[in-house]
Design a protein around this ligand. Structure first.
Ligand SMILES: [Zn+2]
Length: 350
C-alpha cells in the first residue's frame, strides 16, 4: 500500500512527459476571462516563496510562480478543483482549491526531506498509512491510583492499593506537556485541562475518556501479543483521521528506573497517543525500543505534520474532504477505530 503511494510522483511525471513537456508539466496559461484564485507557494519548513511553481488539474489554467511564489489559477466556472501543485526540487502536492477565493498560502515539502521516515512516523502502521491527529488540544487525565493490568477489551481495570506521589504526578505532567508542545510543533502549547483522578482501591476503573489522553501506571502490563511491555499508547480515531481519545499505559516496574528513562518512555508513549507509529528508517524517539528524546530530524518531521490535515497520505496527498483555501470542514461522526502500539520494556534499553 505504502509502496503504491510512493509510486504516484513517478507515474505522474511519466504521464506528463508523454504529452510533451520538460522537467515540470507546463500549465495551461490563464486566458484573462473566468474565475480566479491565487495561492502563495512557500516551502513547508522555511516559509520562503517557491519560484517555478504551478498548478495542474482538469479545466484549471495556471500561471507559473516567480520569486514571490504567487500562482494564479483560472477556471471557466466557480467550484472546487482537484489540482497537483509542482515545483522543481519539491514534492508534488495534490489538494483541492476553491475557485474563486481570496489568496491563500500553500506549502510544499522539499524533495530533500526524509519522507520515508516521515511516512513511518506519521502515516505508519498504526494509522493505516494516513496522518491522524488531534485537531484541538486534548485534556490530560492522570490516574493517581495504580491499576492491575488484565486482558480487558473494554479497558476496565481493578484499582490497586499503590499510588503515584505528588512528585510523580508533577513529573508525568511536565514530561507530557514537554511532549505535547514538541510533537505538535507548538500548535498545542498546553493541554486543554489537566485532571488528577484517584480511584479507590478495589474498584473497577473504565479508563478511556473522550477528548482526553488518560495516563495510568499498571502492574504487570502486557501488550496485544501478550508480551510484557514497558508502555503502550493507543488512540480512538474517527473515519477522517481525527483522534477523539487516547490512553497511555505505563508499566509500574519499567517506570521505577531513572527519571531520564521514565521521561523517554512517557514521551514515546505520548507520541503514540498523538497518532505516531514506530520509526526504523533513522534514529528517532519513536524507535520501537525507545530511542531517546526527540532529535532534530524528529522535530522537523513534527513541523511538517503540523501543516498537514488529518487523512494526508504519501507522498503529499490531501484528503478529498479537505479544501486548502476554505475553512476546515467539520469532520463527520463515524465509527471509531482503535489503533495501538507498544514499546519493549525500558529495561532492555541502557
Ligand atoms: Zn512504541
Amino acid at each position: 500500500m505504502i509502496w503504491m503511494h510512493r509510486c504516484l510522483p513517478a507515474a505522474a511525471a511519466l504521464l506528463s512527459c508523454a504529452i510533451g513537456c520538460g522537467d515540470d508539466p507546463t500549465p495551461t496559461a490563464p486566458t484573462g476571462s473566468g474565475q480566479t484564485a491565487s495561492v502563495r507557494v512557500v516551502g513547508t519548513l522555511t516559509d520562503q516563496p517557491v519560484s517555478g511553481a504551478s498548478a495542474n488539474g482538469a479545466a484549471v489554467r495556471s500561471t507559473r510562480s516567480a520569486g514571490d511564489g504567487l500562482v494564479t489559477l483560472e477556471t471557466s466556472s466557480s467550484g472546487r478543483y482537484a489540482v497537483s501543485v509542482t515545483a522543481p526540487q519539491f514534492v508534488t502536492r495534490q489538494t483541492t482549491l476553491a475557485i474563486p477565493a481570496s489568496e491563500a498560502r500553500l506549502d510544499l515539502i522539499a524533495s530533500s526531506f526524509d519522507m520515508a521516515a516521515f511516512d513511518q512516523m506519521f502515516r505508519g502502521a498504526t494509522s493505516a498509512g494516513r496522518l491522524i491527529k488531534w485537531t484541538a488540544a486534548p485534556a490530560l487525565v492522570v490516574q493517581r491510583t495504580g491499576l492491575l493490568w488484565a486482558n480487558s477489551p473494554d479497558d476496565r481495570y481493578l484499582a490497586d492499593n499503590e499510588q503515584w506521589t505528588d512528585a510523580d504526578i508533577e513529573g508525568v505532567i511536565a514530561d507530557f506537556t514537554f511532549g505535547l508542545v514538541t510533537i505538535s510543533a507548538g500548535v498545542f502549547p498546553a493541554f486543554s485541562a489537566i485532571r488528577i483522578e484517584q480511584a479507590a482501591a478495589g474498584t473497577m476503573v473504565t479508563v478511556p475518556q473522550t477528548g482526553a489522553i488518560v495516563v495510568a501506571r499498571y502492574r504487570a502490563l502486557r501488550g496485544p501479543s501478550g508480551d510484557r511491555i514497558g508502555g503502550l499508547g493507543a488512540t480512538n480515531t474517527d473515519a477522517v483521521g481525527v483522534i477523539r481519545g487516547a490512553v497511555v499505559k505505563i508499566d509500574r516496574d519499567s517506570e521505577l528506573g531513572s527519571p531520564a528513562s521514565a521521561r523517554r518512555l512517557r514521551v514515546h508513549e505520548l507520541g503514540h497517543a498523538l497518532g505516531l507509529s514506530h520509526v526504523t528508517a533513522r534514529a528517532s524517539f519513536m524507535a520501537p525500543s525507545n530511542g531517546g528524546l526527540p532529535n532534530d530530524a524528529d522535530m522537523e518531521a513534527c513541523r511538517v505534520a503540523a501543516r498537514r490535515p488529518p487523512g494526508s497520505r504519501s507522498p503529499d496527498v490531501d484528503p478529498a474532504n479537505f479544501v486548502l483555501n476554505a475553512a476546515p470542514p467539520v469532520s463527520r461522526a463515524a465509527t471509531p477505530s482503535v489503533a495501538s502500539s507498544t514499546t519493549r520494556p525500558t529495561r532492555s534499553v541502557s
